[in-house]
Design a protein around this ligand. Structure first.
Ligand code: ADP
Ligand code: MG
Length: 264
């Protein structure tokens, strides 16, 4: 019996591991027939029309589709920032609609890191203060807060820009501050909605390299983009059209990854 088999047996039988093992095997995200309908006066607009998919832990998924196809609506649901009009969303095996406000706040603050196209930084706050913000919400004391915010900024290579305000930083640097802010609570899922949409291509590639590193460190990454070359950084591409998934495929990288697993 190999060491691995013994480990597997232990994982399967130890009561402690039993709480971990099912979560590791089951999808971190599962949606079933998600609908989002906006009421505009007397008219109804169906932004999502029955979206079902699963994302496993440490997957790197790009969501693509034309403007208005429902990508941001879907990201807002995945991030628990909004609720579906119909359908079910399971996060880590748990039905999100049955969570109370405290659980939802915890998830938004600790489990998920958000990165937006427009950076969404506080204009009058320094890089350090911007990154400290999620820690203030989660009640981390000041000394530890500053240390963790510094560490997060160092991870995105901005140790020398901590006291700069957003208007004293380049676009790429602002997005890196936003990524540091997304990382500071060590979330397991990173949601990035067109993170390179306001950046030139060289800077975009730097941001994508950073997301690659985070994926390598075990994060689950979901990235919205309408740029095919940016989507190719992901392993899997979900394409959305008119509020429905119209294709779900492996990217070139995803194929390489699968082939490498097979040859081991
Ligand atoms: P995408 O991110 O793919 O460009 P969105 O998810 O932002 O698309 O929007 C999908 C559709 O839903 C669009 O037709 C948009 O106009 C509409 N929509 C999005 N948010 C709202 C809202 N808060 N109220 C009404 N309609 C909305
Ligand atoms: Mg959008």
């Amino acid at each position: 019996m190999s060491a691995n088999t013994i480990m597997d047996e232990q994982i399967a039988t130890s009561p402690e591991a039993q709480t971990v093992a099912p979560g590791a095997a089951s999808p971190i995200i599962r949606t079933e027939d998600l609908w989002k309908t906006y009421k505009m006066g007397s008219e109804e607009l169906h932004a999502l029309r029955g979206v079902s998919f699963e994302i496993k832990r440490n997957e790197y998924v790009a969501i693509m589709g034309p403007s208005g196809s429902g990508k941001s609506t879907l990201m807002n649901l995945i991030g628990c920032l909004d609720t579906p009009s119909k359908g079910q969303y399971f996060l880590n095996g748990k039905l999100v609609s049955e969570m109370d406000d405290d659980e939802l706040a915890y998830i938004r603050n600790r489990e998920i890191g958000f990165v937006f196209q427009t950076f969404n930084l506080l204009a009058r706050a320094t890089a350090l203060q911007n990154v400290e913000l999620p820690l203030i919400y989660s009640g981390v004391p000041s000394g530890e807060r500053i240390q963790r915010a510094r560490d997060a900024l160092a991870r995105v290579d901005l140790a020398d820009r901590m006291t700069h305000k957003p208007n004293e930083l380049s676009g790429g640097q602002r997005q890196r501050v936003a990524i540091a802010r997304a990382l500071v609570n060590n979330p397991s899922i990173i949601l990035a909605d067109e993170p390179t949409g306001n950046l030139d291509s060289q800077t975009s590639y730097e941001i994508m390299a950073l997301l690659d590193t985070l994926h390598g460190q075990g994060n689950t990454i979901i990235l919205v983009t309408h740029e095919p070359d940016i989507a190719e950084y992901a392993h899997r591409v979900l394409h959305i059209l008119d509020g429905q998934i119209d294709s779900d495929r492996l990217s070139t990288k995803g194929h390489e990854h699968t082939a490498n697993l097979g040859s081991n």
